[in-house]
Design a protein around this ligand. Structure first.
Ligand SMILES: Cc1cc2nc3c(=O)[nH]c(=O)nc-3n(C[C@H](O)[C@H](O)[C@H](O)COP(=O)(O)OP(=O)(O)OC[C@H]3O[C@@H](n4cnc5c(N)ncnc54)[C@H](O)[C@@H]3O)c2cc1C
Length: 655
């Protein structure tokens, strides 16, 4: 298992005993707990931020102290010394605590233990919980898989020369690399993640998260209230995302121009960028036959007379019967037109050099103008390799969490860098149906509803679904007891979700520590939480109208109702309100990070001008989700690609 090799942080014997007691409590009655414990330890060791490892270590130590347990839970024993029922009672005092720190601490441990347990097969290649619900786990490899991208093998300290070095190869970086290489520039692409080889797409969720996701899928906000998911491989998020491909809506284009003081977003030139990236990415609704999960969203919305429609996706030949539902872990059929299949291939064909496992540390400058970047290549074996790239222009496209970190490590001081971070917090309501839904199957996100997308001045939430394998319940389902959690998981095949994707008005920020690491500070504001509340109840109504027998939220403990029983809506609202919507009371995930190095006219309120060039450094550009003036409301990939196309065109024209 990939994450097991990464252990570099040892728990003490007592911390390990506490972790073991937590595994036994959260997974009471489950088999195979020894490998789960080893994996949970390995996950803690592989947490990207040393501060998070220390915090978890302290939490385990606190649960071991009789005095702490006496004060907080009235039980004067270490957790490991208590009988099972008592241990669960202690954990419940943490889960339902009035202290956000204790709630977030519980959530972090619960998530690690459940992911460690449910997201890898047991010894026989399957898993008792998977078999119990008829989840097939990884599918057999297809007979043929697409050719991987060619990369440059750098085996010793090296200096490369080029016109443009592109840092990060996702939605933004991929497009810039392809467009500039095709315009005749010599391009080097440096990508921190690996080459997403189809032969390595095993569909084992735990391994796939650590292989293709940013920091193994373990990035969290500082308060611990929201996990942040992003891709990290050639293609970045586009290689593992759910293929939804909306253009930026006209009202948001107008809002962005007004806010940024730029005329870019409503310009014909930007319209052409949107059209170009749409064409190259093969957008359309042709391959949108809904699976049962999306079918329920559609039927529920129609029954209520609410908006529902097919959404454009960037896929080709994505016929039914392919491995749809699994391509959040990479599409090994090559049907997804991610940038590793499109723009990065264009770049490679035009002579661009792609270097993987290459972490850009800083941009180098002389007299206010960029000269290139310094980077380190880290492989599982062998010492780190220094790579220096000399370039006339540097494009930073490391995603909205890491771009501010690269800029700060490079000595940029504009206070606007890191501010304005939007996360599109996503939660869901789950419905249990009398028939099998198999929510892990079916094409990704073929239907959406914007019935509640404009609750106030363009802010609100959209409804979409997401493939539900075991990672999502493991990290997102709320908790009240081991028995109840296992009961929820045992009905997974009959469960569907309506995802609530919030357009957040209010921002957080990316701070960069002295160690150069990005740290995300973000809490849902009261204004935004109000929209979640409205949308959550509406999502429950969709599930009820589609025939759900039971509905539960992702609160801890979940709010549960049976549609059709008296006052079920009012009871759901009352239960959900009683728990609250902020600060680790309900599960959210961020799939979309935006706005932390925004474009704008005013250097005191934005990081870069309308060409993407940083206000304080000539020849240095941002071209990724960081560049958004606010959140896009729609899934952001196509907007990021269009901004990148616009910026690449400007660079090509300037020379
Ligand atoms: C599970 C999931 C599903 C999603 N589904 C959709 C969807 O259906 N539709 C949609 O529009 N959006 C979706 N998104 C979001 C979308 O994929 C992202 O918004 C988009 O890819 C962001 O583009 P970007 O260029 O800003 O950054 P990314 O695409 O994240 O690319 C940044 C790249 O930079 C690399 N990097 C970071 N730091 C460094 C460094 N120091 N040196 C070198 N490289 C570095 C990273 O490894 C990464 O590969 C989804 C995201 C996830 C996680």
């Amino acid at each position: 298992m990939a994450c097991q090799g990464a252990v570099s942080f040892d728990l003490s014997a007592r911390q390990r005993a506490t972790l073991s007691a937590i595994c036994q409590t959260l997974l009471e009655g489950e088999s195979g707990l020894e490998p789960t414990l080893r994996r949970a330890e390995a996950l803690i060791a592989s947490l990207p931020d040393p501060r998070d490892r220390t915090r978890l270590g302290l939490l385990l130590r606190a649960l071991d102290l009789p005095l702490v347990n006496l004060v907080l839970s009235g039980r004067p024993h270490s957790l490991a010394a208590l009988p099972a029922a008592e241990r669960e009672r202690v954990l419940r005092t943490w889960a339902f605590s009035t202290s956000v720190l204790r709630r977030a601490g519980f959530q972090a441990l619960k998530r690690l233990v459940h992911v460690a347990h449910y997201c890898w097969p047991q010894e026989d290649g399957s898993h008792a919980a998977w078999r119990a619900v008829g989840y097939p786990g990884p599918l057999p490899f297809p007979a043929s898989v697409p050719e991987p991208l060619p990369t440059v093998d750098v085996s010793r300290d090296t200096i490369l020369d080029c016109d443009v070095v592109v840092c990060g190869s996702g939605a933004g970086g991929g497009v810039v690399a392809g467009a500039l290489a095709q315009a005749g520039k010599s391009v080097v692409v440096l990508e921190k993640g690996r080459n997403p080889l189809p032969s390595q797409m095993t569909q084992i969720e735990g391994d796939m998260l650590s292989a293709w996701y940013l920091d193994g899928g373990l990035v969290m906000t500082q308060s611990g209230s929201m996990p942040i998911l992003a891709g990290s491989c050639l293609g970045g998020g586009t290689a593992i995302n759910y293929t939804t491909s909306f253009p930026l809506p006209q009202p948001v284009r107008e809002e962005w121009d007004a806010l940024s003081g730029l005329g870019v977003f409503t310009s014909d030139r930007f319209t052409q960028s949107l059209e170009r990236v749409g064409l190259r990415s093969g957008l359309g609704t042709r391959w949108n036959t809904p699976g049962e999960r999306d079918g329920l969203l559609e039927r529920g919305c129609r029954a209520l007379g609410w908006h529902v429609a097919a959404q454009p996706r960037n896929v080709t030949d994505c016929a039914e019967g392919l491995e749809c539902g699994y391509c959040g872990y990479g599409c090994r059929r090559g049907a997804k037109n991610s940038t590793d299949r499109t723009y990065l291939r264009d770049a490679a064909d035009a002579g661009a050099r792609l270097v993987v496992q290459c972490d850009v540390e800083r941009v180098t400058r002389e007299r206010g103008r960029v000269t290139g970047v310094e980077a380190t290549i880290r492989r599982s074996a062998g010492p780190p390799i220094r790579l220096t790239v000399k370039a006339r222009a540097v494009v930073v496209a490391c995603g909205a969490v890491h771009t501010p970190a690269v800029l700060r490590r490079s000595g940029l001081t504009n206070p606007a860098i890191g501010r304005g971070l939007r996360l599109h917090p996503a939660t869901a309501v789950a419905g249990v149906f009398p028939h099998r839904v198999e929510p892990w199957s079916g094409a990704l996100q073929t239907r959406y509803s914007e019935a509640f997308a404009n609750l106030d001045a363009g802010y609100g939430a959209r409804f979409e679904t997401a493939p539900v394998h075991f990672a999502l319940p493991a990290s997102g389902f709320g908790w009240e007891s081991a028995r109840r959690f296992q009961h929820d998981v045992s009905r997974l095949a009959h469960t569907s979700i309506v995802g609530v994707l919030l357009r957040d008005r209010d921002a957080g920020r990316v701070a960069v520590g002295r160690d150069g690491r990005p740290r995300v500070h973000y809490e849902l504001s009261d204004y935004d939480a109000g929209h979640v509340r409205r949308a959550l109840v509406a999502a429950a109504e969709v599930l009820a109208a589609a025939g759900a027998r039971e509905i539960f939220t992702l609160h801890t403990p979940p709010a549960r109702v049976r549609p059709g029983t008296p006052n079920w809506r009012a009871r759901l609202i009352a239960e959900a309100d009683g728990r609250g919507y902020q600060r680790a009371r309900m599960s959210y995930i961020s799939f979309h990070q935006m706005g932390s190095a925004a474009l704008g006219r005013d250097p005191s309120r934005s990081a870069a001008d309308e060409t993407g060039e940083l206000h304080e450094a000539r020849g240095l550009y941002v071209a990724d989700g960081s560049a958004f003036p606010t959140s896009s409301g729609v899934n952001p990939m196509i907007t990021i690609m269009a901004i990148a196309d616009h910026i690449a065109l400007g660079i090509a024209e300037a020379w």
